[in-house]
Design a protein. Structure first.
Length: 259
């Protein structure tokens, strides 16, 4: 694991220095306390029946984290909440909420607004808000660009704290999708987020400094969920790719049925 992710401590300045002046207050529930000692996460999509239409499937993700003894344990599960109409006609651009639960108890709620599928000049970037008990913990926003995949992680007051930079070009059949993590001051990368192209299901491996603020770890975890949910459109997606195959084949008939 450590070989594939690289050294998450590769940074010219300490993480504490790069986040100087950022002292948020976040009461972590006991169920998420494992984030304090974690420096690696795995975010994996739950398996589903490939014979079932994608529009009938609500995405589910499981997050596991390591600890100071390098033992792995399940941290939290996320389940999508969206309408069938959104999944069928808006595809990966749809609006949805995701409820993060631990032992059946809701700990986090993720909200992603509807994104324009036309994607003209990258004018409609992906966004995600992270809520706990109705309070905004932070948010993640895509930076509009025709050439790069870049996401900024904001705190609850919408101040940028961390940056995720992806490749300029990547292809699902050839390369892993790799995002490097940087502090807001730039410099050398302090972590990585990797999607393995050969996996049947989406599996992301995340590495970051162990002394990274726990709120930033939490937001980085949720940023991974955002990138998982839209990764097909980041580097090789198109307007029609996000729709179901059976819907694309009957696009015009479906369109006139709506009218």
């Amino acid at each position: 694991m450590s070989d594939s992710l690289g050294d998450s401590s590769d940074t010219s300045t300490s993480t504490a220095d790069s986040l100087a002046g950022f002292v948020p207050v976040l009461q972590l529930p006991p169920s998420l306390a494992a984030l304090v000692d974690a420096d690696r996460l795995i975010v994996q999509q739950d398996s589903y029946d490939k014979n079932v239409k994608r529009s009938s499937i609500l995405n589910m993700y499981e997050v596991i984290a390591n600890n100071s003894s390098d033992q792995w344990e399940k941290l939290i599960s996320f389940q999508e909440e969206s309408t069938h109409c959104m999944r069928a006609f808006c595809g990966n651009y749809r609006r949805f909420s995701m409820r993060g639960t631990v032992n059946g108890q809701t700990e986090l709620v993720l909200e992603r607004p509807l994104r324009c599928p036309a994607n003209l000049c990258c004018c409609c970037p992906y966004e995600l808000r992270v809520l706990r008990d109705g309070e905004c913990v932070g948010s993640i926003g895509q930076v509009p660009s025709l050439a790069h995949n870049k996401f900024i992680i904001y705190d609850g007051d919408h101040y940028p704290q961390l940056v995720l930079k992806g490749p300029m070009f990547a292809y699902h059949c050839c390369l892993d999708l790799v995002f490097k993590l940087y502090s807001r001051s730039g410099g050398r990368s302090i972590g990585r987020l990797i999607r393995r192209w050969r996996d049947d299901q989406d599996v992301f491996h995340v590495a970051f400094p162990r002394d990274l603020h726990v709120r930033m770890k939490l937001l980085l975890m949720t940023a991974t969920i955002l990138i998982v949910s839209c990764s097909d459109n980041l580097v090789y997606g198109s307007f029609t790719k996000s729709f179901e195959p059976d819907f694309r084949e009957n696009f015009y008939s479906n369109f006139f049925l709506i009218l």
